[in-house]
Write a protein that binds this ligand. Sequence first.
Ligand code: URA
Length: 247
Amino acid sequence: MKTPMARLDRLLANLGYGSRREVQGLIGAGLVEFDGETLRDTGRKLPVTPDLPGRMRVQGAPLDPPAPLTLMLHKPLGVVCSHRETGRSLYELLPIRWRARDPVLSSVGRLDADTTGLLLITDDGPLLHRIISPRNHVGKRYRVTLDRPLRGDEAALFAAGTLMLEGETTPLTPACLHPLSPTTAHLTVTEGRYHQVRRMFAAAGNHVTALHRDRIGGLDLPADLAPGAFRKLGDAERAAVFEQMPP
Ligand code: URA
């Protein structure tokens, strides 16, 4: 594949380092280096490769990762995924400069404020749509804690492909329930409807008291990723999202 090239000033502006004029100021002040050489030409064309942060420094620090960028984040309790909702936004967990990136970083689907766990964030639109499209059957696994013990018929109800949530006109696609104890279970769904898991258990006469997503496709939330922490997704992890979920 041909290596994409970008003009230096545009590259820096798109990574949120400032307006075109501001980044031209940074370059003019000799604060941008590439392979140890100070860059002075704002229109210099550079190869946009994943190793760029190792080769380029801005104000003495490695360049931020260029697009396409995909992150995994351990969403903590109380953080909201949408820009429009009130409350602490997950974008506040990322470096402030990243809010000015173009293309923008967006969460891959949403978790409720009171749901914790694995959340992917990307500026790669086609990737985002591949993950959320129910046609691709990427499973999202939730660890559910319930107010009351399971009745015993929930697995069949969720697997039937006929469960209709209140106010909706199409039934849910089959979902897989795996009880862990009388009041806890793993539930894997391939859709992402509004408050889906909570509403599924409400339809089964129960109430979810805690919800944690621990897996997307074949990608597990790493045990060493603390609530609120994030990191860049590696190529193997990205591929794992589209692998069959282990049983
Ligand atoms: N289902 C829900 O009800 N809430 C979430 O945050 C995710 C799935």
